[in-house]
Design a protein. Structure first.
Lengths: 289, 302
């Protein structure tokens, strides 16, 4: 299975817009949304069946039994995540948003008052209709360990679509754990950037991150005509960095309309859709090189 | 009686406004940077440490910087007796037993310190591993703090914790906190001490879907909040509809405007460049501060 991952660094540059167009154009038998923090791909892929839903257990959380606790303060002292607090009555408790499930409190407690309990920190969804596999997930609000959930999303996709030749994966913004987890094992990254100073700075940071993992990377620009000077800067950057530049998409009110109607930009005849077709063709060439 | 403008922090008043959105690219940094610039004086804190952009707008004169490091175990093979206790303890699989000795996988270590505690031979000590930095700088009347995660590093949480602590030394001030996208642990860390949250929404179904998530998050943390509708066009606005249906107060609207888009894409601060936007963001700041004060007053009455 060849895997193409769409990333951007900066949020809102059009990852999902491009990913959904690519899924339509390629007829890929496998695709996934790894933006488990704020998934959106399911809003425009037109699934007709209900997904298979599985609870996702992240790290366990510590719990303190007040009846056993002797209030020695050992757990609070050793917790590196400031997750343990004590109220005015001297009772100790764990903040479930701060707790990372390391187990230090459990191991230092002299009376066995602390236990680690499993906790659901998200939900995995697998759509299997029309011979296509679509894997996605939603992280529970405020949870950590999104990288582990991203790994599960990709695993569930690969297990269900072992014979698919191509997989298209929509990524998350940023450069941290969910992005790093999504990078593992992919054949190529397509970066969707925008011609703003922020977009360029963020693009440079995501390229550096992909470099750490040695992943082949290409770049395209969305809404390029918002600032053509910056678009030229991006083109120049790609040339000097030796990165394939696969095309640019104009700002297009039709694109917003299509998305708001649950369609991809290649489902309607519009300037952004035509540009996306060109970018798709160029990207596939780079992928097969 | 002294006359105090609504958008000035009163003497002895400390106010923290967090700006968040769920979806990326809706205008968190646009709103944060311009609110801070519209105030007479403000502290701007960029918590989007994975992709910090606020400094591109402020181009601050850097006055100090600090490297942020996390603890990493270091094993003295001369002392290690190969008992495996550390490997068995580590919940993150950051230690593996290879050729009779534990081996550290730095990237997955969460710096909990558990291995050093359980080692009976005291063979494990901790060393520092740099994961990023924070910078403090000034730009006009704004003191800007930026957190920067090193590319290749997994977690920005230690940087966010430190930046909130460091910016606390500014004393009583208006603080604008520019949050990362999403609704995961890094956002929780960013809004923890906020007095008021501004949810920035854009008029797309994606924007609404993610607005719903941060709406859930601020409710979960009992934070007072209001919404700012960005990129408003004529016609139906799904984000506005969502706010009305859920009784979310709309505290401001920013029109879709190519002039603003151009300024923003060139990392110019609209409230400093244009009279029109200076007024728009001053109004927004006044409303946000009024709302925040009302909530705080209500809180103390309870």
């Amino acid at each position: 299975m060849r895997q193409l991952l769409i990333l951007s660094g900066k949020g809102g540059t059009g990852k999902t817009t491009v990913a959904s167009a690519f899924i339509k154009l390629s007829g890929a038998k496998a695709f996934a949304d790894c933006d488990v923090d704020a998934p959106n791909l399911h809003l425009i892929m037109g699934q007709r069946s209900e997904p298979r839903r599985t609870d996702y257990y992240g790290m366990p959380k510590a719990e303190i039994d007040a009846d056993i606790c002797v209030q020695c303060n050992g757990c609070a002292e050793h917790c590196r995540f400031d997750a343990i607090s004590v109220n005015s009555a001297g009772e100790y408790s764990v903040d479930r948003f701060d707790c990372e499930g390391c187990g230090v409190c459990e191991s230092v407690c002299p009376v066995g008052a602390v236990a680690l309990r499993p906790e659901v920190s998200g939900e995995l969804m697998l759509y299997n209709g029309d011979g296509r596999i679509f894997s996605t997930a939603q992280l529970k609000m405020g949870s950590g360990h999104s990288g582990m959930l991203v790994t599960e999303v990709k695993k569930q996709m690969k297990d269900a679509a072992a014979n698919a030749e191509l997989a298209i994966i929509d990524g998350s913004p940023g450069i941290g754990c969910p992005v790093i987890a999504s990078l593992s094992g992919v054949d190529m990254v397509l970066i969707v950037t925008e011609p703003s100073v922020s977009g360029i700075s963020d693009m440079e940071r995501i390229i550096k991150t992909a470099e750490v993992f040695g992943t082949k990377t290409a770049v395209c620009v969305n809404k390029y005509d918002i600032n053509t000077v910056n678009t030229e800067r991006i083109e120049g950057f790609c040339r000097s960095a030796g990165l394939p530049y696969v095309g640019k998409i104009p700002f297009d009110p039709e694109a917003v309309r299509a998305i708001n109607n649950g369609m991809t930009i290649v489902d309607v005849d519009c300037p952004s859709g035509r540009a996306a077709r060109e970018i798709y063709k160029n990207t596939m060439e780079v992928l097969s090189e | 009686m002294t006359f105090i403008r609504d958008f000035m922090v009163k003497k002895g008043e400390d106010m923290r406004i967090a700006v968040l959105s769920g979806k990326g690219g809706t205008g968190k940094t646009l709103v944060s940077v311009n609110l801070a610039s519209a105030a007479d004086s403000a502290v701007y804190i960029d918590c989007d440490v994975e992709e910090p952009d606020g400094h591109l707008f402020f181009k601050p004169q850097i006055v100090s910087s600090e490297e942020i490091a996390v603890k990493l175990p270091s094993i003295d093979n001369g002392l290690c007796n190969g008992c495996r206790k550390c490997v068995d303890f580590c919940k993150f699989n950051a230690l593996a037993f290879i050729k009779g000795r534990p081996c550290v996988f730095e990237d997955v270590c969460h710096s909990c310190g558990g291995c050093t505690l359980v080692c009976p031979e005291r063979a494990i000590t901790e060393t520092d591993r740099a994961v990023g930095e924070i910078r403090k700088g000034t730009s006009g009347s704004v003191t800007a703090y930026t957190g920067i995660l090193k590319p290749g590093e997994e977690s920005g949480v230690p940087i966010i914790k430190r930046i909130m602590q460091a910016s606390g030394s500014e004393g009583d001030a208006l603080r604008i906190i520019d949050c990362p996208p999403g609704s995961a642990c890094v956002v929780v860390e960013s809004i923890r001490d906020a007095d008021y949250c501004i949810l920035v929404a854009e008029p797309t179904v994606f924007g609404v879907h993610n607005l719903n998530m941060v709406y859930g998050l601020v409710k979960l943390f009992n934070k007072p909040f209001g919404a700012v509708l960005n990129k408003c066009l004529d016609g139906e606005n799904p984000a506005e509809k969502f706010c009305i249906e859920n009784s979310i107060p709309i505290i401001g609207r920013i029109p879709f405007d190519t002039e603003l888009g151009k300024m923003n894409s060139d990392a110019e601060i609209a409230a400093r460049e244009s009279k029109k936007y200076k007024e728009l963001f001053s109004d927004l700041l006044r409303t946000a501060m009024k709302e925040a004060r009302r909530e705080t007053a209500f809180d103390t009455q309870r």
